[in-house]
Design a protein around this ligand. Structure first.
Ligand code: MG
Length: 159
């Protein structure tokens, strides 16, 4: 049996905070604001897994009201979602994702993000896609006010 899941995320961009995507710290004048480390890619992927299993959303599992998750490494959230997935007998088939960010260009960092995701999702890097798009200078992304992400994941139940 297959299950498909979708997740997305948005974080405000500001000066003086880090920009972390897919567990990779990226040099940037603007960083993402959030309760945790604000890793918008990992949040979208975590939500996609939870969505595939109809287990609610990332906020239900890791509330931004909980001090425990303040500045938390978002890999913790993803690892927990993977654990829940495995408990239900599922494994990841493949992941596709998009990061919408105006600046900086992400190509030099994409493979490290894919490696991090492949390791936690327990799949080959060939099954992990991370794509990057700009906002063409329009909308919140294009005006460098926000970073947005989207992720689709396919899970398969192992018999
Ligand atoms: Mg988020």
């Amino acid at each position: 049996m297959y299950r498909i899941g979708f997740g997305n995320d948005i974080h405000r961009l500001e000066t003086g905070v880090k920009l972390i995507l897919g567990g990779v710290e990226i040099e940037s004048d603007l960083g993402a604001v959030g309760h945790s480390d604000a890793d918008a890619l990992l949040h979208a992927v975590t939500d996609a897994i939870l969505g595939a299993l109809a287990l609610g959303d990332i906020g239900a599992h890791f509330s931004d009201k909980n001090e425990r998750w303040k500045n938390a490494d978002s890999l913790i959230f993803l690892r927990e979602a993977v654990l829940l997935m495995k408990e239900k007998g599922f494994a990841v088939v493949n992941l596709d994702s998009v990061i919408n960010l105006e600046i900086p260009k992400l190509c030099p960092h994409i493979n490290r993000m894919r490696e991090n995701l492949a390791r936690v999702l327990e799949i080959e890097i060939e099954c992990v896609s991370v794509k990057a798009k700009t906002g063409e200078q329009v909308d919140a992304v294009g005006k460098r006010q926000a970073i947005k992400t989207e992720a689709v994941i396919l899970l398969e139940k192992k018999s």
